[in-house]
Design a protein around this ligand. Sequence first.
Ligand code: ADP
Ligand code: GLC
Length: 481
Amino acid sequence: MIKVLMVASEAAPFAKSGGLADVVGSLPAALRAFDCEVAVLIPRYSRIELTSARRVYDSLPVWLGTSMYDTSIYQAEAETPFYFLEAHVLYDRDGLYGDSKGDYPDNARRFAVLSRAALAVARRIFRPHILHCHDWESALAPVYLRTAFRYDPTFLGIKTLFTIHNLGYQGLFAPSVLPQIGFDRQIFTVDGLEFYGKVNLLKGGLLFSDALSTVSQGYAAEIQTEEYGFGVDGVLRARSADLYGILNGVDYRDWNPATDAHLTAHYSAQDLSGKPLCKKELIREFGLPEKAADRPLLGTVSRLASQKGTDLILEIAPQLAEQDLYLVVLGAGDASYEAKLRAVAAAYPDRIRVEIGYDDALAHKIEAGADIFLMPSRYEPSGLNQMYSLRYGTVPVVRATGGLDDTIDGGTGFKFREYSAPALMAAIREASAAFENRPEWEGMMRRGMQKDFSWRASAAEYAALYRKLLDGGGNTLHPLA
Ligand code: ADP
Ligand code: GLC
């Protein structure tokens, strides 16, 4: 039995802003079939109700430099032990990372404490063989492990895996945060946390972990190039022997049109008859004209960020509105995209409808009710929505990048390569032309619905990687470690 402690800033269903939460929420259970026992540590944000959790550790001191944080650990009643790190001064807030004014100014400290607390949990509550950290928010855990705790016998033999879910977010801070996160300037070099004059927390994870992974093979290759490397492609190339691409899986208990509790009608590849009912309901909910039921209905659900190609959707909106098709958008994020999307919906109310906000139930209804799902991402490490779309018979139109390129083929969806509005528009035209031939369209829907992106295959790969690390594979250790 391999014991794994995962550390992350979000996990579904407790706290979610994107796909990271889906992964951290569902991978642990899938790993059980491969002889892994996984516990997860996330912060206890104020949105996490503690009513069904129990306190498993009171007054756990977490030291960073000369500051001490008095924390408590709660455990949720769930199949997997999910631990919540309570530290009122740091996490008792409405947002995960920020509020309407922007990122919280103390994020370096908030997530340094999370990373440091992971080692306290490893010492006192759940002693893992593998410490598996996700994204910049937990990237300092391997750094502390290999620096401050390097000779600590408690941690001897623990191996670390760092998973990159999104290189676009690195945790960049002014060098003045160093003492607050427990470091002196010795670590502030090009071989350490220094990055163009700033402190880069993600870089710590890249340098100090025994192995690295990212969430598709396509993205694993892309991030070693200047175009997709966000300035750390050199570091990643230097570690390419220790870098693995493991595609995300889908939790089909949550995303299955045959059983989805958010839907008014159900359907499957064998019996598609419920899907038009879901489409009608979606049309009604968004207030589109009833005749939309017979035309292609495009949908998208996304964080509104430059990563997601929101600008391309905005650019093609006037052309889309001239076609005999309809578009519904659900998204939240960048305020300027939110405002522009609202303006587009106001300009073409008979064709385009927009809901700004985060709404899990509506996300499910769009997956079920739309005919075509748009994902024109500038880059996409894995992407989950296109895989959800396949299962819901909602044919994806995607940009051929990262996980989108790896999961969609000519038999299940439409791809375009160049990041441009005309290229997206051409792919949409192709998809809506295909929609007119019903038997062929249903063939395409069914092929997508029959694809299996469940966690099983990916969990097997993670388990094999953990074993490899424990057998001594991976890492040429960092010179500072
Ligand atoms: P990313 O993690 O980059 O946002 P993914 O495709 O991996 O992209 O995962 C996005 C997840 O977040 C999906 O589960 C999707 O349904 C959900 N999601 C994104 N935006 C919203 C929203 N506005 N409302 C509800 N769910 C959303
Ligand atoms: C990131 C990526 C997305 C991926 C998710 C979970 O937010 O943008 O592509 O699916 O993490 O790994």
